[in-house]
Write a protein that binds this ligand. Sequence first.
Ligand code: AMP
Length: 219
Amino acid sequence: MALNLVMFGPPGAGKGTQARRLADERGIPQISTGDILREAVQAETELGLQAKAVMDAGELVSDAIVVGIARERLARDDTARGFILDGFPRTVAQASALDTMLNGRDPLVIVELAVPDETLVRRLSRRRVCSDCGAIGTPQSDGPGTDRCTACDGPLVQRSDDREEVVRERLRVYREQTSPLVEFYGRRPTYHSVDGDRAPEVVAKAVGDAVDASIGAAP
Ligand code: AMP
């Protein structure tokens, strides 16, 4: 059975870290709509130009745009054995569109990473990302420009939307528009809520167990 996984949770919950790790372990693609949008911003495509202001303000890009991105990406052959969606869906409308586009594939497994707000704000203010490979890192020092990526030695930078005032808006948007997904998915037998307020390897084990329980339970 293919592992068709949705990883959702507030910004800073560890979706990206856990999705990358599990994708490597299981040999399936991690699909992050945020990464795809950031690449478009960097490349200054029409999509990127449209999305930049919205992303910098901590708001959501329109459902029509992100559903289009997800549909195109999920149509590629490398998703046949499964995929991990990281940061999509983020609204109930996106989740409904996803159900429709997956019609006929193995059932979705949904993992929510639950983390309290005070941990999120602390994590996001310290978060740095590698500007070469996109890996997530933590600064070893507070000085600017001194930290390197442990994976590829590229420079670690702060995401423009990880500034404190934008973080607060992203958390508000999450509560308002994304947290209704708990209600949308909560009654499915393949839904799991995992405590994400623990060390990354402890969370990874819990996520792996939840996923195995769902795949094993499938007919
Ligand atoms: P992320 O890297 O997942 O935190 O996404 C960064 C930003 O990209 C978000 O704050 C949104 O502005 C935009 N974005 C990413 N995924 C979505 C989505 N599924 N729906 C709407 N906006 C999104």
